[in-house]
Design a protein around this ligand. Sequence first.
Ligand code: NAD
Ligand code: UFG
Length: 337
Amino acid sequence: MKILVTGGTGYIGSHTAVELIKKGHDVVLLDNLYNSNVNVIKRIEKITGYCPEFYNVDILDKTNLKKVFEGNKFDAIIHFAGYKAVGESVSIPLTYYQNNIAGSLNLYEMMQEFGCNNIVFSSSATVYGDDFEVPFKESYGLGTTTNPYGTTKKFNEIILTDFANANHDISCVLLRYFNPIGAHESGLLGEVPNGIPNNLVPYIAKVASGELEYLRVFGNDYPTVDGTGVRDYIHVVDLARAHVLAIEYAVAHKGAEVINVGSGKGYSVLEVLHAYEKACGKELPYKILERRPGDIATCYADTKKAKELLGFEVEYDIEKMCEDSYRFTVMNPNGID
Ligand code: NAD
Ligand code: UFG
C-alpha cells in the first residue's frame, strides 16, 4: 500500500515508518520539521535499506498539501503531525487549536477531494480525563479533558467519527496511546525533547547522562503501590507495530473505531526509575516534590479490544524500554544531527 505518514520524521512517526517499510509498504513522509530533524530520514534508510520519499510541508499550508495529493495516490494516511506539549497548550491554546485542528481539517479535506478513504489518527489516553475507573475501556467514550492539547485530540476524534458516519467509504482508526517510551534498538531513532523534558523517561535519561542533577518525583501520596503516579508505558516499537496492524484493519473495514494502545500494566514513577537504574548500571538521584497540577494517580489501558480487532499484543517490557532509551541517549549526545 502507498501510505502517507504525516509527522513522519517525529518520534513515533519515524519508528512507524521503519515498521511499515519492513512490511513492504510504500511509505511517503510529510513533516514541517518543527519538532524533528531531516537527518531522521537517513537513519530510517540505515535501518531499513530504503529511503522513503519526503515532503517538507506544513499541513496548515493547503496549497502545498494539495500538491502532495496531486502527485500521489495514497491508499491510506497515518496522521501524527501536531503539537504535543500539554503545559504549552495551556499557555498558547489558539496555536494548538490552529495546528492540531485546522491543520488536521486540511488533511481530511484532501482525503475527501482525492478519494483517500483510510486513516489512522494519533489520539491519546488523555481523552479519558479523570472521569473513569482504571483500566480505561474504549466503551467509556470521551471524558472531560483538562488542557487544550487533550481537547484537540477529543475534537479530532469527534470530527473523524462524523466524517466516517457521513461517508460510508471512509474508515478511521482512532488509536489512543498510553505512554510511549524507549527507542529503536539500533540506537539510531529515539525521542529528542526540546529543552528540559516534561515527560518522565526523557527526564530520567538526562539524569542518567549527567545533564540534569536529579529526578523530581511529583508527589508520593497517591493511592498507589508506593505513593507515586502509575502509568501504562509502551515501547515505541510496539506502538509502531500497532500502527501497521491498524492501517491493515482500516483498509479492510469501514466506519470509525477507537482502540487503546497500551501494555495494560501500570508502573509507578519509582518503579520506572529503578528499571532505568538497572539499564544504566548506576543509582539515579531523586527528590520528592509536590504533586504536579492536573496529574491523575493511575492510568492504564484495557487492552482487550486491540487484541480482538488488531491481534495486537506488546512484546517488550519496562526493562527493554529503559535499555533502549539509555542506548539512544548515550549514542546521540547531540540528538539526531
Ligand atoms: P513529535 O513531535 O516527535 O512528532 C510530531 C511531528 O509532527 C514532528 O516531527 C513535527 O515537526 C510535526 N509537525 C507538527 N506540526 C506540523 C504541521 N503543522 N505540519 C507538518 N508537520 C508538523 O511527537 P510524537 O511523540 O511522535 O507524537 C506523534 C503524535 O502522537 C502527535 O499527534 C502526538 O500528539 C500523539 N501522541 C503522542 C504521545 C506521546 O507521549 N509521545 C502520546 C499520545 C499521543
Ligand atoms: N513525573 C515525575 N517527574 C517528571 C515527569 C513526570 O514524577 O519529571 C511523573 C508524573 O507525575 C506522572 C508520571 O511521571 O505520574 C508520568 O508523567 P509523564 O509526564 O511522562 O506522562 P503523563 O502520563 O503525564 O502524560 C503523557 C503525555 C500526554 C498523554 C498521556 C497519555 O505527556 O500527552 O501521557 O498518553 F496524553
